[in-house]
Design a protein around this ligand. Structure first.
Ligand code: ATP
Ligand code: MG
Length: 230
């Protein structure tokens, strides 16, 4: 069943290492319903690795991630992708039109819906500069976008999707200037309502919006709680 207000995610003894000699991720954490969970910590502390494990692209070395009691590893990648919107630290832009890139999770979206998403993330200016507007082919080997533009395309995917209830944000605003980020934040907050959100970031102002904050260091949780408690 799809993620809903009663759903539970249990992370128990989750362990992961990229290689023998590497420091490992080790954590236990529960989340439910539409909680917002902030993940902070120094560069290299394991934030992206955790988000990646939740996305299902990496599999735990030990321990488990369970969704309503069912192990994530027993879901097909396809089924889990129907639940999750994952915005990586460096989003991948396909060699395809801007429209197809934005409608990645929702190929049936109308042109009006795509244009609305473009407007929300502030890419209208970019579109006006593209030779074929939203039908211009972007991505590898084509017109190269800045890191911030790629991030906004990834965010536009999230705005367009109306079905997936789990948002995995890995520094979604890291490449944006503060002014653009503040503007976008106003739109991202309503998007984050009615979603389970994991939000890794170095921009601490987001922590005000989180129900739970995890402070990571060398792959482990060193502090956990609400902003008040920390
Ligand atoms: P940042 O704030 O810089 O994004 P982070 O908290 O997201 O950092 P991770 O990217 O999860 O940190 O990295 C955690 C550890 O795993 C680091 O020691 C890093 O060097 C290592 N690591 C990350 N990705 C890989 C990889 N693909 N192969 C091997 N080691 C990796
Ligand atoms: Mg990272």
């Amino acid at each position: 069943p799809d993620w809903n207000a009663q759903s539970r995610l249990q992370i128990t003894g989750l362990t992961f290492r990229y290689a023998e000699e590497q420091p490992q991720i080790k954590m236990t954490l529960n989340a439910e319903g539409y909680q917002k969970i902030g993940i902070i910590g120094l560069s290299g502390s394991g934030k992206s690795t955790l988000i990646n494990l939740l996305s299902g692209f990496l599999s735990p070395t030990a321990g488990r991630i369970r969704v309503n009691g069912v192990e994530l590893t027993s879901f097909s990648q396809h089924d889990w992708q129907q639940q999750v919107i994952y915005i990586p630290q460096n989003p991948y832009i396909f060699k395809a039109t801007l429209r197809a890139n934005i409608a990645f999770y929702q190929p049936e979206a109308t042109i009006e819906q795509v244009r609305e998403a473009i407007k929300v993330v502030g890419l209208t200016q970019l579109v006006s500069e593209l030779s074929n507007g939203i039908d211009t082919v972007i991505g590898e080997g084509s017109r190269t976008l800045s890191g911030g533009q790629a991030q906004r395309i990834a965010l536009a995917r999230a705005f367009l999707d109306k079905k997936r209830k789990i948002l995995l944000f890995d520094e979604p605003t890291a490449h944006l200037d503060i002014e653009t980020e503040v503007e976008l934040k106003e739109k991202m907050l309503p998007l984050m309502e009615n979603h389970l959100v994991f939000f890794a970031t170095h921009r601490l102002h987001w922590m005000k919006e989180m129900d739970q904050i995890i402070v990571m260091d060398a792959g482990k949780t060193i502090e956990q709680g609400t902003l008040k408690e920390l």
